[in-house]
Design a protein around this ligand. Structure first.
Ligand code: UTP
Length: 359
């Protein structure tokens, strides 16, 4: 798919309508989005992961809408895989000053962030957010506090995550990748506020120069750890809502959670009026120019613009743009853009006491 099709591909909705308000602080961000998204294939064969829709808009739009509402001034995207599509999406939908830096090879998150140095090599604080991390947290307080801080979320089993060990005063003592015996259950979620970006870039450059990798990649965690060892102070802040979008099950769970929490219940009357003859079971998010005939849609369904749904029952699913779904019952499904999914219509003449299964 070429990037010229992008405006149709991603979303024709209400993103980017937040005025950029400079409420309380100058705010810069780095968002790495270069990854290939292998765990979300086949959907990432034609679009980068961060442009996949969830709860009515692309993953990246959830992040950018949150940041622009807070007064984002400038953002640097580290692009790579299908980077042109991300560049077009941002430029077409957001007015914020956006820089794009190419990461030619996936050498790890630490390497990706190091490439943002030309735009952030000053003492202006910077927020780093993974492009596939949708969050809900009080970022305003973090930025206003002005201290370096790492977003954490309490998890049940810390062995699968990067874990933060704390000093008695609550500051960060140590960062440990997937420890066998986690000292805390505070997992790194992928949001970092850096008061002194220059120090972070120095640590990243030193790590890359020395060729220090963990699991074959230049890790952001390793550079942060070397800053801590050199005496840097960092705090933690709680990220209550941490919505992963890394694989099919988690993107569906995120779709459900976001529709439930954020906006999915608000417009039932309007949706029902748009689609007479169909039943919308909220929460659901239905994009512009969707055609719907004789359907039961929802709960927890996100349908992007231009899609046609006919004679179908769809629940807990995501359907992309300009697709066609007909004569079928779908649940827990993801259908990407420009796809066609049709089931069967049967005409049966079934005798008494018969048993028929059309699985
Ligand atoms: P992931 O580890 O989830 O990688 O990166 P990925 O490529 O997106 O997905 P999989 O593992 O292949 O399925 C977390 C975030 O960091 C970015 C990714 O784009 C994603 O937003 N990243 C990671 C980079 O920009 N560059 C890197 O070298 C690594």
């Amino acid at each position: 798919m070429d990037s010229e099709k992008l405006p149709i591909l991603v979303f024709r909705g209400s993103i980017g309508k937040h005025p950029i308000t400079k409420g309380y602080a100058r705010m810069k961000a780095i968002i790495p989005v270069a990854g290939i998204g292998t765990r979300l294939r086949p959907h990432t064969y034609t679009a980068p992961k961060v442009l996949l829709p969830v709860a009515g808009k692309p993953i990246l739009a959830h992040i950018l809408d949150e940041l622009t509402a807070l007064g984002l001034d400038e953002v640097t995207f580290i692009i790579g895989y299908k980077g042109e599509m991300i560049r077009d999406f941002v430029n077409q939908n957001y007015k914020v000053k956006a820089n794009f830096v190419e990461q030619p090879e996936m050498l790890g998150l630490g390497h990706a962030i190091s490439l943002a140095k030309p735009f952030h090599n000053s003492d202006e604080p910077v927020l780093i957010i993974l492009g596939d991390t949708i969050f809900s947290t009080d970022l305003k307080s973090v930025i206003e506090a002005g201290e370096s801080a790492i977003g954490v979320h309490e998890v049940e089993d810390g062995r699968r995550f990067g874990i933060v060990e704390l000093n008695d005063d609550g500051s960060v003592k140590k960062l440990i990748e997937k420890p066998e015996n986690p000292p805390t259950n505070l997992a790194l979620v992928g949001i970092y506020f850096m008061k002194h970006p220059t120090r972070l870039f120095d640590a990243l450059d030193a790590m890359i120069e020395k060729g220090t990798t963990t699991k074959g990649e230049f890790q952001l965690t390793d550079a942060l750890q070397s800053m801590l060892s050199a005496g840097e102070t960092m705090k933690v802040f709680n990220v209550e809502g941490w919505f992963d979008c890394g694989k099919a099950e988690t993107i569906l769970a995120t779709n459900k959670a976001l529709l439930d929490n954020l906006n999915g219940h608000g417009n039932e009357t309007e949706l029902q009026a748009r689609f007479p003859g169909s039943v919308i079971r909220m929460p659901a998010a239905i994009g512009e120019d969707v055609v719907m005939e004789h359907c039961i849609i929802g709960p927890y369904v996100s349908v992007s613009a231009g899609t046609t749904l006919r004679n179908c029952i769809v629940s807990n699913s995501i359907v992309g743009c300009d697709s066609m779904v007909c004569n079928i019952v779908l649940q827990d499904s993801i259908v990407s853009d420009n796809a066609k999914v049709t089931g069967n219509h049967y005409r049966l003449n079934v005798g008494d006491s018969s048993e028929i299964s059309l699985d």
